[in-house]
Design a protein around this ligand. Sequence first.
Ligand code: UT7
Length: 333
Amino acid sequence: MAKDKIIARIAGLGSGFPDQELTNFDLEKIVDTSDQWISERTGIRARRKLKDNENNSDIAAKAALSALEQAKLNPMDIDLVIACTNSPDRWMPSLAATVQAKVGINNGAAAYDIITACAGWMVGLEVAASFVKSGQYKNVLVIGSEALSRFLNWQDRTTCVLFGDGAGASVVSAGSPGDPGEILALKVRSDGRYGDILDLPAGGSASPLSQKVLEEKSNFIRMNGQEIYKHAVRSMVSVCKEILESQNLSIDDIDWLVPHQANIRIIDAVGQKLKVPSEKVALNVHKYGNTSAATVPTCFDEYARDGRIKRGQLVLMTTFGGGLTWAGGLVRW
Ligand code: UT7
C-alpha cells in the first residue's frame, strides 16, 4: 500500500465500568446534597465507583479486551499502547505498561501515558492516528481510563457528586480510504493560562504528599465550576466548527454528536449553539457521571454497539477538561 494511501480508522471500541453503583440518593447520605440538586444542575443520576480491591488498570484492561475483540485482533497484534489518564494506579510504571501486562501484549510493544485530563482519549487518538498514517505503527490501543473516585474529597459536595470511574478503549488501525471507522479529522487545543481553574494541586513534585497536604486535602480535585462551564461551552463549540470547516461540511451533514459528558446543561448549550437537534446527541452522563478521559469513547461505544450509531454515519466528537485542553474529531463509522 502506498504510504499516502494509509488512513487511520477506529477498528474497535470497548468499555469497562466497575459494578459498584453510587446513586444520588446514596450521596445524600454522605454529603449535604440532594438528588434534585444533582439531577437538575448536572443531569447525573448515578456513577460507578471502584471497590477497594479494584484499580484503574482493571477496568482499562476490560475495555481494552472488548475493543480488541470488536477489532478481531489478538493482544500480540498491538504495536503501541497509549493510556490516557489523570489517575494511574501508580506514578511508575505507566498505566499503559500495567495494562499491557494485564492484557497480554507481551511482544515488546511501546506503552506510555498521556496526561490531559478529560480530553485524554481524543489526544491519544490524534497521536495514534498520526503514527498509523505515517506507517510507524499498524495497530494502536488507545485507552481513556479514570479512577477519579480516589482523587475526590468525599466531604466536598461541589466535586464528589460529579465524577465517576470508567474506561473506554479503542483500537486505531491502518486502513484504506473509505474503510469503516475512518478518522477524517482531529484537532487538539490547549491553553495553559487557565490551569488553576480545574486542578489537582498536590501529590506531584511541586507539592509532594505530606501531613500538611493531607490536612489541607489538597491532594484532591478542585474546580471553579462556573469558570470551567463557560470555557467548556465556548471551546467545544469553536473546535467543532473548526472541524466542520476543515472538511467543508455543515452541521446538517452530521448524524451524531458525541460530546464530553460532564453536565447535561453544558451538552445542551453546545448542541444548541451548533444547532444539533437533541435526538442526534449521544448521552451517558445520567448513568456514569463525568468519567473524564472515558466519557467520549464509552458513550460512542454504547451507541455503536446497540445500533443507534450506524455504519457509514458521520460522528462528530468533542471534549474539554483540565489544562485547559479540548479537542474535536470526526469519524465516518
Ligand atoms: O470534565 C471537566 C469539565 N468539568 C465541567 O465541565 C464542570 C463544569 N461546571 C459545572 O458543571 C457546574 O458549574 C457545576 C455542576 C459544577 C455547578 O453548577 P452551578 O449551577 O454552576 O452551581 P454553583 O456552583 O453556582 O452553585 C450553586 C449553589 C451554591 O450555593 P449558594 O452559594 O447559591 O448558596 C453551591 O454551594 O449550589 C450549591 N451546591 C450544591 N448544593 C447541593 C454546590 N454543589 C452542591 C451539591 N448539592 N452537590
